[in-house]
Write a protein that binds this ligand. Structure first.
Ligand SMILES: Cc1cc2nc3c(=O)[nH]c(=O)nc-3n(C[C@H](O)[C@H](O)[C@H](O)COP(=O)(O)OP(=O)(O)OC[C@H]3O[C@@H](n4cnc5c(N)ncnc54)[C@H](O)[C@@H]3O)c2cc1C
Length: 153
């Protein structure tokens, strides 16, 4: 499912390449799409807060996960909610950002769009990919059953 939270009225027009650009005072505003709402994606969105761009941050989850405290959740010292913050709440004061929930399954650089799991596409002028990383076993995949990773996929 993809959900949209418009933080301000959006009027769009199609460009020659089929891309949508928001109009502000008669001028087109570049659309920056950020994939991933971890540290990288959030800091990128915040850094663009006062820039004349429209930002769309998309994450497959609706929350930011503060990974450094995963160990405390795993050992029962904290609950999962203690280290999770809704992305929309984190960015609620930033007027040029929309937060979408959806999983990006493909990037189409020639068409300057990303494809979501539900089949929708999202056009961009600039794309920031901040999808993080996962644990690995340095070639010892047999360790996986006795040493499961902390991070959710
Ligand atoms: C247990 C643990 C302890 C740590 N402790 C520290 C520490 O003490 N100090 C420190 O500096 N660092 C620490 N780190 C490392 C730090 O947490 C990571 O470097 C940081 O979270 C990476 O940020 P990121 O934005 O690159 O990726 P992430 O935070 O992993 O964010 C990636 C985001 O992208 C989203 N995403 C992924 N794929 C898709 C997709 N296809 N479509 C849509 N969304 C997608 C995910 O849902 C996620 O929200 C720790 C990490 C772990 C796991």
């Amino acid at each position: 499912m993809t959900a949209v939270l418009p933080n301000r009225p959006v009027s769009t027009s199609k460009t020659a390449t089929g891309k949508s650009k928001e109009k502000s005072g008669g001028q087109s505003i570049p659309h920056v799409v950020i994939v991933g709402g971890g540290f990288g994606g959030l800091y990128a969105a915040k850094a663009l807060g006062k820039v004349a761009v429209k930002v769309t941050l998309i994450d497959k989850r609706n929350f930011h996960l503060f990974q450094p405290l995963l160990y405390q959740v795993a050992t029962g010292g904290l609950s999962a909610g203690d280290i999770s913050s809704p992305l929309r709440a984190v960015l609620s004061k930033q007027k040029n950002v929309q937060v979408l929930m959806g999983e990006v399954t493909s990037i189409e650089p020639d068409d300057q769009c990303v494809v979501l799991k539900n089949g929708e596409t999202l056009s961009y002028d600039s794309l920031i990919v901040a999808t993080g990383s996962s644990h690995h076993y340095f070639g010892k995949d047999e360790w996986a059953s006795i040493a499961p990773g902390l991070k959710m996929r």
